[in-house]
Design a protein around this ligand. Structure first.
Ligand SMILES: Nc1ncnc2c1ncn2[C@@H]1O[C@H](COP(=O)(O)OP(=O)(O)OP(=O)(O)O)[C@@H](O)[C@H]1O
Ligand SMILES: [Mg+2]
Length: 471
């Protein structure tokens, strides 16, 4: 099983390619050296044979056969050139001079290059040497053969071949284990990813791909897969939050309305009682709708599904719109609502959700600040960031409770003031959606009594968008 998988796997192919490349990179340079060496030896040998044969032929023409015999006998004894071969024979191929005993059996080819083998005894050992020679048919009928013993060339050839063999063996020795090692290493990482994805497939959504420390392609792949899994999980959590919230948090008020209607129906058929019950039910369903809308907005912001609908918006402009909307209400309550908005505070934002978050903050400030108080809304630009701040002169939230106030359905004190405890949780979700820093603090920490609440949200700023050209 293991074995067939190994051969089917990329390990096998990888190793094969690795070894082939390794082997070729050794064999090619060796082949080149071999070719150049051998052909240069051949060229030099041939040139030497041709020129010597021509010179001897000229000598013969000039001085005659006897002088040629003398010269050949002299050269045959020359110890400096032991590879040189000479033989002069008469027209019946009987030897006249030279350093080999008999004319080779091979026929004389045309052109007159003659290659033949010869037994040479050296140090009591007889070996076959290859001779390369050229033959000249002299005018008197005799034949002159001049050649070279090619043993030297053979030695070079065989030593280069031997070296090539060793080098190839070495290349394979390194290449095959190297290829197996490298491909195993690669495959092991791929396999680990496959195992993890199988586990995730089987329902363990919390599992993540193993990421090494090298930061290589595999690590980058694993990281981006993990980021994708995070995003999927986030979306799923968001969806679950919507369904959970709707199922759980709306059941109680709906049951309440239902009970109320049933009770009324069971009572006397009194038009006044019906009217009052229907009015109550209407008010209750309005509240249910409010909660429903708030929950959906929180879940949307939390899951990030609205991220695609983000655009670069002028936050100062947005704040102006929201403040305008709340001005009459603030006036009614005898509160001063002031805005100071910087120009060009651009940020990438979901306009509707950001406006709703700001509305919730101003709504809280109006709701919890006693008459005669002051609410200050500010939009600032600093260090490429955009800050939205809402401060009031109300009772504030005790330090230890500020964190909890951001949770869903968290209400801190003020039981007489209507509310669901959802406003700040939407603010927190919108801040997360915008990668913004949210801070809940005291608006005037110096004052002992009624320090007020200050909520600030710092978003990453954006460049001003290009305006479309006017037509
Ligand atoms: N500006 C404020 N001053 C004092 N307390 C505040 C202020 N804003 C919020 N809080 C406290 O934090 C709690 C949570 O606020 P949040 O806006 O989430 O809910 P809510 O205002 O009670 O209800 P909802 O906003 O859902 O109608 C509030 O119940 C209140 O106790
Ligand atoms: Mg609120």
């Amino acid at each position: 099983m293991q074995r067939t998988r190994l051969f089917k796997s990329s390990i096998f192919r990888f190793t094969l390619i690795y070894t082939a490349v390794f082997g070729l990179s050794v064999a090619l340079p060796f082949g080149l050296v071999y070719e150049t060496t051998v052909s240069s030896i051949d060229r030099e040998t041939n040139a030497a044979i041709v020129s010597e044969l021509r010179a001897l032929g000229d000598e013969y023409e000039r001085l005659g056969l006897e002088s040629l015999v003398e010269i050949l006998n002299e050269r045959s004894l020359d110890p400096t050139d032991r590879d040189a071969i000479y033989l002069l024979v008469d027209d019946a191929f009987r030897p006249l001079a030279g350093n080999i005993l008999e004319w080779p059996k091979e026929p004389i080819p045309d052109p007159a290059w003659l290659r033949f083998d010869m037994q040479i005894v050296e140090g009591g050992q007889s070996t076959t040497h290859r001779i390369r020679s050229q033959v000249l048919h002299l005018s008197g009928g005799s034949y002159l053969l001049v050649g070279r013993d090619m043993q030297q060339r053979r030695r070079v050839q065989s030593s280069v071949r031997g070296a090539l063999g060793w080098a190839l063996a070495l290349a394979l020795g390194i290449g095959i284990p190297g290829g197996i090692f490298v491909s195993r290493w690669v495959l092991r990482r791929v396999e680990r990813m496959a195992e993890t994805s199988l586990e995730i497939n089987q329902g363990d959504m919390r599992r993540r791909m193993p990421v090494g420390e090298a930061g290589d392609e595999f690590d980058r792949l694993a990281s981006s897969l993990n980021a994708m899994l995070d995003r999927i999980e986030q979306l799923m959590t968001g969806m679950r939050a919507v369904t959970d919230s709707v199922a759980h948090d709306l059941r109680a008020p709906l049951t309440h309305v239902k009970g109320r209607i049933e009770l009324t129906l069971r009572g006397p058929r009194d038009a006044e009682a019906y009217r009052s019950a229907l009015t109550d039910a209407l008010a209750e369903t309005d509240r249910i709708l409010d909660v429903f809308n708030a929950l959906v907005a929180v879940a949307q912001a939390e899951s990030g599904v609205t991220r695609d609908q983000m655009a670069v918006v002028d936050v100062g402009d947005l704040a102006r719109d929201v403040v305008d909307l709340y001005e009459p209400l603030a006036e009614d309550r005898g509160l001063a609502l002031v805005l100071s908005a910087a120009d060009g505070a651009w940020a990438r934002a979901h306009r509707q959700l950001l406006a709703q978050a700001l509305s919730n903050l101003i709504d809280n400030a109006i709701k919890y600040t006693p008459e005669g108080g002051r609410i200050a809304v500010a939009v600032r630009r600093a260090d490429g960031q955009v800050e939205i701040e809402v401060g009031d002169s109300g009772p504030g939230i005790p330090e230890g409770e500020r964190e909890r106030a951001l949770e869903r359905f968290a209400r801190i004190g003020h039981p007489a003031t209507p509310g669901y405890g959802l406003g700040l949780s939407l603010v927190a979700a919108v801040a997360r959606l915008h990668d913004a820093k949210l801070a809940v603090g005291a608006s005037d920490p110096g004052r002992k009594v009624s320090p007020g609440l200050k909520v600030s949200m710092v978003l990453p700023g954006a460049a001003e968008p290009m305006r479309a050209a006017d037509p």
